[in-house]
Design a protein around this ligand. Structure first.
Ligand code: SAH
Length: 354
């Protein structure tokens, strides 16, 4: 694979351009153009010979959209192709104040959660920082956005396929690249990272000085029951996860969010709600209840809307802050990994070839 220039910070790009014997100001032009989603051949400010040299030796946009699905509610789902033929997915949610993009951080996932489509075939590979950034850049270009104030994507959630903290270095590098002045420049405060609870990495993240929002997939307040739906629970206890969240709040001042997918008959009873209250009452946190998106081949059912709101009411009346997540894009395989899975099923293979 050729090195992707989207993986470089402005400083790193400048060093490279100087090494290539070019004037340093060229780095600024190339950086801006890359963040606008241009390929080398479209960078007409550059000499033809420089364009050709870059084209031969480096990758510009290492992610491209190969399929889009539009939901009745305006939500759009993208299938992104990577240069090695792998595919990942992203979801664009449109709100009044701007668009939020949900990005993938890995091809597949090795966490193996019982309800999730992303881990069905295990982990294929990590995405590079440039590829994660590439998802944001090409979706932003697709909706007509530019860089800085002209960007159309104003929030990013790392809730697509993969476990971001299992791809820690690329995730942190991506967070720095996407928020750098001069590029697309999305503030860390407008970025949320969702983890299944890799405790050690949650501590590392708290020390990065990146004020992003931390979201943890809890899905059960009982360790033994959590192990049944999330194999990662065998490695970390819920009490350890909560201590890591407390530490995150102390270090960053950011309140944290727990995601809780309501699965019929598994984690949806009053006993579960009451234990959640015991665990979380008084903490600077919020509980986001999600109705399960049923995945083909998994024998798990969602609760009804009424049941979800009843669960929420029980948390709220005990003093927890809780919401039921708005349903978006249900008609287009909205849940993690479902679109890629369908694509793979249809193709009979994990990769695409042009
Ligand atoms: N690996 C990270 C981020 C990716 S998943 C994590 O575990 O948090 C993003 C969220 O979608 C997680 O809360 C995950 O549990 C949830 N999710 C996965 N499959 C789902 C499904 N079929 N229906 C509803 N939510 C799902």
């Amino acid at each position: 694979m050729k090195e992707s220039l989207l993986s470089l910070s402005q400083g790193e790009l400048k060093n490279l351009i100087i090494q290539l014997g070019e004037k340093p100001f060229r780095a600024g032009q190339i950086y801006k153009a890359l963040h606008q989603g241009l390929t080398f051949s479209e960078m007409t400010e550059l000499s033809k010979s420089l364009r050709e040299r870059l084209e031969n030796e480096y990758e510009s946009q290492s992610v491209r959209i190969i399929k889009t699905l539009k939901s009745k509610d305006g939500t759009e789902k993208f299938l992104f192709a990577l240069t090695d033929g792998n595919v990942v997915e992203g979801v664009l949610m449109k709100y009044k104040y701007g668009a939020t993009l949900c990005v993938s951080t890995q091809v597949g996932c090795r966490m193996g959660c019982a309800f999730c489509a992303s881990g069905l075939n295990g982990l294929v590979r990590n995405l590079t920082a440039g590829e994660i950034l590439g998802e944001v850049i090409c979706a932003n270009k697709y909706v007509g956005g530019g860089i800085g104030d002209k960007r159309k994507i104003i929030n990013v959630v790392m809730m697509g396929s993969g476990e971001p903290l299992d791809n820690y270095d690329n995730t942190v590098k991506f967070l720095k690249l996407v928020s750098e002045q001069g590029g697309i420049c999305i503030s860390p405060r407008n970025i949320s990272l969702s983890t299944c609870g890799l405790v050690n990495k949650m501590y590392d993240l708290a020390n990065e000085n990146l004020p992003i929002n931390l979201t943890v997939s809890l899905h059960s307040p009982f360790d033994e029951e959590r192990k049944k739906i999330m194999p990662v629970a065998k490695a970390y206890k819920i009490s350890e996860i909560i201590s890591a969240c407390d530490n995150y709040f102390e270090k960053t001042g950011r309140r944290f969010i727990f995601e809780y997918v309501l699965i019929l008959g598994e984690n949806d009873t009053e006993r579960h709600a009451d234990e959640l209250v015991k665990l979380l009452k008084g903490k600077p946190c919020h509980v986001n209840l999600i109705r399960l998106n049923e995945v083909k081949g998994k024998n798990l059912k969602s609760v009804t809307d009424k049941e979800a709101y009843r669960f929420m009411g029980r948390l709220e009346s005990a003093g927890l802050s809780a919401t039921v997540r708005r349903r978006m894009g249900e008609d287009i395989d909205g849940a993690c990994g479902q679109l890629r899975q369908r694509y793979i099923d249809e193709l009979g293979s994990c990769q695409i070839s042009d």
